[in-house]
Ligand binder design. Structure first.
Ligand code: ADP
Ligand code: MG
Length: 385
């Protein structure tokens, strides 16, 4: 049975009626543009084939029933009037928060029965949280005929995560899940949310992109994220700009000089300004068909995250170093850092040898075995039935 049929059958068993529809929303990997989204900068994610899938029906009695097939005891019944930001530390905060955000924005959502399941690895830096939010938002947008555009749904989902769940994330994850297209990476300007779909069909050019989930989950990543974010804001304030995005690459040296002995802030600023420039370089390389040449740009991005932003970890560095030693075209950590996943760009013929080399290096270092899979740029959120 496919995911759609399974979710539908489970919904019928749980709630005793057919769902009104079934929707899917993907996780994402970010090709380049890390920690730029809260600096009004550029990002370039693409959607994974892994999705959250939800079967949903409307209710009219102000109740919200939630069920996840992937969580033990993953069932909850809530009253819409009781939904309060940061009151819920469980998985239910993501779908319930979407309902809260929609109602808070004045949209007439009167209740729902939701059953969901997800193939997006959770906590691996691949945005399982955004997939959950976006699949629920799209379903409710369709069922209640709210008429919201994809970018508006992404904004509401970001608000869900920031305010209701209480995680200070940028706009990239939700926009990627809502707006990506198969065979493309999404070049997104996080200041005005303008987008370009950039063709990114590696298979046609004899390459593959591997995702290596290190299985490392850093307990302090939220606090460290907050510190980096605050440091970037301090940098922008010291330099007299709204956001670090406003520092042109050509003006970077002068900006660093102005920051004087603020060493920590200088490093954060240098990462963000060079990272924005790396996104622009990758976009122009892909547009001119020089796909293999993005490899070294990915490697530069990793070095910047490791040395200037200081959010890598031994496992992520080992993936990158081993892959490059084994002949990969490029590699870097992806996502928020302190664990999660790395991406590796390889010639198709090298997939097996590089995968094996990474697995052996992890075993030799005594690390938990990584999960390696191929990422094919896939479709964004959609209605399945
Ligand atoms: P990431 O988005 O990188 O995967 P997050 O910590 O932002 O990591 O989101 C992971 C959380 O999302 C989980 O702790 C859980 O609460 C929720 N989640 C993810 N997948 C599911 C699922 N299939 N069912 C229920 N909750 C899920
Ligand atoms: Mg997340």
């Amino acid at each position: 049975m496919g995911a759609e049929q399974q979710v539908r059958a489970d919904f019928v068993e749980l709630y005793g009626a057919e769902p009104e529809g079934v929707w899917a929303a993907p996780g994402r990997v970010n090709l380049i543009g890390e920690h730029t989204d809260y600096n009004d900068g550029f990002v370039m994610p693409f959607a994974l084939p892994h999705t959250a899938t939800a079967a949903v029906s409307r209710r009219t009695d102000g109740r919200l029933r939630l069920h996840s097939a992937d969580i033990e005891d993953g069932v909850a019944e809530l009253r819409l009037d009781d939904l309060t930001p940061e009151s819920d530390r469980a998985w239910t905060a993501y779908p319930a928060g979407v309902v809260w955000a929609l109602r808070e924005a004045g949209h007439p959502v009167t209740g729902a029965d939701i059953h969901l399941t997800s193939t997006v690895p959770s906590g691996a830096g691949l945005s399982s949280s955004a997939a959950l939010e976006v699949v629920v938002a799209l379903a409710l947008n369709d069922l209640f005929e709210l008429g919201l555009a994809r970018w508006q749904l992404a904004r509401l989902c970001q608000r869900t995560e920031n305010v209701y769940v209480g995680a200070p994330t940028g706009i990239m994850d939700q926009t990627a899940s809502a707006c990506c297209e198969a065979g493309h990476a999404l070049f997104l300007d996080t200041r005005d949310l303008s987008q370009q779909q950039i063709p990114f069909d590696l298979a046609a050019e004899g390459m593959r992109l591997l995702v290596v989930d290190t299985q490392v989950k850093h307990a302090h990543s939220d606090g460290e994220y907050g510190k980096r974010r605050a440091g970037c804001e301090k940098g922008a304030a010291l330099l007299g700009v709204d956001a670090l995005r406003d520092i042109a690459y050509a003006d970077l040296d002068a900006a660093l000089e102005r920051l004087g002995d603020e060493e920590e802030v200088r490093c954060l600023v240098r990462h963000v300004v060079t990272e924005d420039q790396r996104v622009e370089r990758v976009v122009s390389l892909l547009k001119s068909g020089e796909t293999r040449a993005i490899g070294p740009v990915l490697v530069e991005g990793h070095a910047s995250l490791r040395d200037d932003f200081r959010i890598s970890c031994p496992e992520l560095d080992l993936v990158v170093d081993t892959a490059l030693a084994g002949g990969a075209l490029g590699a870097r950590m992806t996502g928020g850092g302190f664990g999660g996943s790395a991406i590796v760009l390889v010639e198709a013929a090298d997939v097996d040898t590089i995968t094996k080399a990474v697995e052996e290096a992890f075993a030799a270092a005594g690390f938990t075995a990584p999960r390696v899979f191929e990422a094919v740029p896939s479709a964004g959120a959609r209605r399945l039935a």
